[in-house]
Design a protein around this ligand. Structure first.
Ligand code: IGP
Length: 259
């Protein structure tokens, strides 16, 4: 069993517990449930910004602790005001040290598009994403069948949320459906953790021409962003390069100035 399989198995148990504790009918009563959604897709396509999706992540299975001192509000505010196109907030607790509360907290202070970075295995988590104030959800092709991706995408659409579908191989292109809003190529193999920007370069020609496309993971500097944009990507999702610095907001500010 690789790490992705382990995360997914644990997630299924955690979701079963959450469903018992807080039913969907309760999630629907959240004051955030009917808030107008900010389009993640349009944010990435906004020519006034630079297509950087900045991530808040305390730890990860590949890096261990990245930053356990960073203040969520300080960092998300700096990301937003320095020009991030959107923010990605990890809500997984066991492996990434995040929580639903982190996303709710970011939402309560910022109007920018928020991606719920989570291992979604059940439509309950799509309702949950809506209830905590997310604008878009991540669906990971490597963790789902094409049919599951379709059903979860339909549920997201029905709730007004947008979908980022993450791919790592050409075979996973079969998981695309008309309800996916943005396609992301993960440079990290979630089974082995090895990262190569070449994955984005190799997959680009196979991606649907008309869709917004982003490259994710292992992007360390503005030169990486330039290379990926020159290859045709509309945006880049970056976490560790900022979060491993004592002041991630400042690291982001310095980075985006050079993009
Ligand atoms: O920290 P990095 O290497 O800049 O990567 C950010 C983001 O792409 C990464 O956190 C990520 C991409 N896909 C995921 C799926 C689940 C958890 C995390 C991820």
């Amino acid at each position: 069993m690789n790490i992705l399989d382990e995360i997914i198995a644990r997630k299924k148990t955690a979701v079963a517990d959450a469903i018992k504790a807080v039913p969907v009918s309760k999630l629907e009563q959240s004051p955030l449930f009917s808030r107008p959604v900010v389009s993640f897709r349009n944010a990435i396509g906004d020519p006034a910004r630079k297509g950087i999706i900045a991530e808040f992540k305390r730890k990860s299975p590949s890096e261990g602790v990245i930053n356990d001192k960073a203040d969520l509000l300080q960092v998300t505010s700096a990301y937003t005001h320095a020009g991030a196109s959107a923010l990605s907030i990890l809500t997984d607790t066991a492996y990434f040290g995040g929580s639903n509360g982190d996303l709710e907290m970011a939402r309560s202070h910022e109007q920018v598009a928020l991606l719920r970075k989570e291992f979604i295995v059940n439509e309950y988590q799509v309702f949950e994403a809506r209830a905590i104030g997310a604008d878009a959800i991540l669906l990971i092709a490597a963790a789902l069948t094409a049919k599951e991706v379709l059903l979860l995408s339909l549920r997201a659409r029905s709730l007004g949320l947008e979908v980022l579908l993450e791919l790592h191989t050409e075979e996973e292109l079969g998981h695309l459906n008309p309800f996916v809003d943005v396609v992301g190529v993960n440079n990290r193999n979630l089974g082995t953790f090895s990262t190569a920007l070449q994955t984005s370069l190799d997959l680009f020609p196979a991606l649907p021409a008309e869709m917004f496309k982003i490259s994710e993971s292992g992007i360390h500097n503005p030169a990486d962003v330039k290379m990926l944009k020159d290859a045709g990507y509309d945006g880049c999702l970056v976490g560790t390069a900022f979060m491993k610095q004592p002041d991630p907001g400042r690291a982001f500010r310095d980075f985006i100035k050079q993009c």
